[in-house]
Design a protein around this ligand. Structure first.
Ligand code: FES
Length: 188
């Protein structure tokens, strides 16, 4: 059977153009979907108004989050009191890999943490001067004390350091993008 060239009418050409236009919109929507899904998975937080030694709080994904702007002196204390801590390297605690450092953060100045005491789940309070004059978190329920990286001190009722969530940080634009946790969480 031989092929036969059939010239499109004006109406057929218009219909083909409409189809191609429609097809490209669908493809574009397909490419845009992951970005929309990513946006739905997180929340961008403006941290530009949190002063040094100040803290912001918010609820994210049903959990209380604290964002602490640590001073240089607070940062310095985190490197020098490992022996006072129950789990100084956070080997027993929930945190993303990027937090495997004494600050438990992406950049030393900013702590982003789930503010749930790991004893029975109370909220903690940040004290500017706590252990040895350094800042830290205190739980009024049963007296657990944590350092300014959320690491619990020795001999406290709380068994683990407080949890660090997944996030991205843009230091220049002072934005934190909280990312919904994909891993199972310890129930307190
Ligand atoms: Fe924090 Fe018990 S809940 S010490």
């Amino acid at each position: 059977m031989s092929g036969k060239f059939v010239k499109e009418t004006d109406e057929e050409q218009a219909a083909r153009r409409r189809f191609l236009k429609h097809a490209s919109v669908l493809l574009g929507a397909g490419l845009a979907a992951p970005a929309a899904a990513r946006a739905a998975q997180g929340e961008v937080v403006d941290i530009s108004r949190i002063p040094v030694d100040g803290m912001g709080t918010l609820n994210f994904s049903g959990e209380p989050i604290v964002i602490l702007h640590r001073s240089k002196s607070t940062i310095a204390t985190l490197e020098h009191h490992q022996s006072n801590l129950a789990d100084p390297n956070s080997s027993q605690s929930q945190q993303p890999g990027f937090a495997d450092n004494p600050y438990r953060s992406k950049v030393p100045e900013w702590l982003v943490m789930v503010n749930i005491c790991t004893h029975t789940g109370c909220r903690t309070h940040y004290e500017q001067r706590m252990e040895g004059g350094a800042g830290g978190f205190y739980c009024y329920c049963h007296g657990s004390r944590y350092d300014a990286a959320g690491r619990v001190y020795n001999g406290m009722p709380a068994p683990w350091n407080m949890e660090i969530p997944d996030y991205e940080i843009d230091v220049k634009r002072k934005r934190i993008h909280l990312i919904r946790a994909q891993r199972p969480r310890i129930a307190y």
